[in-house]
Design a protein around this ligand. Structure first.
Ligand code: NAD
Length: 245
């Protein structure tokens, strides 16, 4: 099975200040990747970058509100100017603000959708010609059960995640000829992150796992090309369990 090593390869990760993205960024750093790290929480982002740099990691923190089209374009350009062609684009950032449909304002709806879907489009569109020219790349959208099913109070999050699934399917078809793998990954297990703290009922808190346990799946996927998987919706918990025995 074709597999590329990640050492010195360039990856872009969104939503790294805390939660799952933070753990994936650390896992990619352990693989020796050069990383463009994006988040809206500037202080936590810079703290992560400082820690990684102190440990010899080549990374660039980019403070950006991914709900903002111009900021997202600018952030991507900064990353590409600094590091060139990315091997991996991992769009993980998202927000989930639970509100009944009757209560959600258009601007609130738009912001959640834009972080999840618009940023996914802009970032993918920006790396696409570079990955085409390189003849390889891995684009990963972090999805959710809300990418398949409807849930109350998720009139923005749910269509955003469904939209990511649709975008992934189209890009996977168009990327195959250029060996660009495009997949979504759902956590597959309740995870202990700040997002979960805001939303999980007690029963789920009893079962939640450390997001570090999902990192092996994201590392594995970043190494693969289209021969392993493209156009798939993968389960990070199942994959990580298989990879770590
Ligand atoms: N927590 C869960 O149980 C769960 C379940 C299914 C899917 N997911 C998905 O997993 C991914 C990670 O979730 P998490 O639980 O770690 O979330 P989290 O809220 O703990 O972390 C999300 C990160 O995204 C960043 N972010 C939010 N808005 C941003 C913006 N406008 N611009 C830039 N960065 C922004 C945050 O600052 C944070 O660092 C998300 O895509 C989420 O939808 C999570």
């Amino acid at each position: 099975m074709p597999m590329s090593q990640l050492k010195d390869r360039f990856g872009i990760i969104t939503g790294v200040a805390e939660g799952l993205g933070n753990r994936i960024a650390r896992a990619y750093a352990r693989e020796g990747m050069r990383l463009a790290l994006m988040d809206v929480q500037t202080q936590k982002l810079n703290e992560l970058a400082a820690e990684l740099i102190a440990n010899g990691v080549d990374c660039l923190p980019i403070s950006v509100d991914l709900s903002d089209e111009k900021q997202t374009h600018h952030a991507l350009q900064q990353a590409l100017d600094h590091y060139g062609t990315p091997r991996v684009l991992l769009h993980n950032a998202a927000v989930l603000n639970e509100r009944f449909f009757v209560d959600i304002a258009f601007e609130q709806w738009r912001k959640e959708i834009d972080i999840i879907l618009q940023a996914g489009f802009i970032l993918s569109k920006g790396v696409w010609p570079l990955m085409m020219a390189a003849g390889m790349g891995s684009i990963i959208f972090v999805s959710s059960g809300s990418g398949l099913k409807g849930f109350e109070k998720e009139a923005a999050y749910c269509p955003g995640k469904h939209g990511q699934e649709g975008l992934m399917k189209v890009l996977a078809l168009e990327g195959k000829a250029f060996n660009i793998a495009v997949n979504t990954v759902t956590p597959g297990a309740p995870i202990n992150t700040p997002m979960s703290h805001g939303h999980y009922p007690e029963a789920l808190r009893q079962q939640w796992i450390d997001p570090d346990l999902l990192a092996p799946a994201f590392v594995w996927l970043a190494k693969q090309d289209t021969a392993f998987a493209t156009g798939e919706r993968l389960d990070a918990w199942k994959m990580s369990q298989m990879l770590t025995g």
